[in-house]
Design a protein around this ligand. Sequence first.
Ligand code: UT7
Length: 323
Amino acid sequence: MLRSVITGTGSALPARAVSNAELAEQGVDTSDEWITERTGIRQRHIAGEGESTATLATDAARKALESANVPASDIDLIVLATATPDHTFPATATQVQHLLGCKPGGIAFDVAAVCSGFLYALTTADALLRTGSGSKALVIGAETFSRLLDWEDRGTCVLFGDGAGAVVLEARDVAEDGPGILASRLHADGAHKELLYVDGGPATTGTVGKLRMKGPEVFRHAVVNLAEVLREVLADAGVVAEDLDWVVPHQANARILDATARKLGLAPEKVVVTVDRHANTSAASVPLAFDVAMRDGRIQAGQLVMFEAMGGGFTWGAALARL
Ligand code: UT7
């Protein structure tokens, strides 16, 4: 059967890491104790001069290509998830295509589903590969959320960071019990826009705007929606939570990760956690965490890995892959 198989991963972070204590020293009315206790975050990376969503995405993609042993010239599909593109247009994916030296003429576009962006990008790329629109894809999540933050709003500015993660996805004819993306589900509900949004945009204020969030309400929706979509994907694939080797969740808050794992009866040691180091990097968080756990050897070939995320829109989704 034709499946989309993950054959490589990569990630990139801005050079500068900023600790919780540094944020407090720089005038944010907060403390290391509050941030660590309420979120599990200890530091985040913040993009500096010369670093952008496109540069981080290109670095992550280059490393993913190296690990897959695929030359850039073989890539005929790039789906890049971001809410912080370098420019309103063109799509950041087209810049990455050019910067990497991919063959011109392939497909390249961005998807905007905020923190669920990587799940939307992965599912879209999977569908395009399985219907013959491409053979080798890069699926990228890349963000520079620091450029959307209101540094006067301690309820949001301490939560986010910048970074990028990428996977190489290849269409392959595999056995039924072979590798590949086995199931995925995506959802959206636009009724909750006011709980998490950016108060600007080209067609409204003409400015980029700042991130606004009602954190506790988003938290409640996240736990319910994530547990539900995880159950759907498990049922679609005909597996149970105990069969999973790893869960690579969106890294918004350590307490959301714990609550979701408890709801599903998942062992906490099977959940990959990087929120302490990266904070919430929106669409980059799942592929960043995935790359960390691939490179440190935790995730192995043949294992069952669940990805999940929930974010602004609301949008949410999950996908199950065998490595
Ligand atoms: O990626 C998209 C999905 N996003 C999320 O999943 C985010 C979900 N939400 C959350 O992670 C949490 O709701 C937050 C981390 C945003 C907030 O944690 P919380 O435990 O829900 O705190 P809270 O907003 O209810 O605030 C509790 C107190 C408030 O003070 P009072 O009113 O009780 O006196 C806040 O003003 O903590 C205060 N507070 C802070 N104190 C120090 C809020 N932010 C900070 C801060 N430092 N940075």
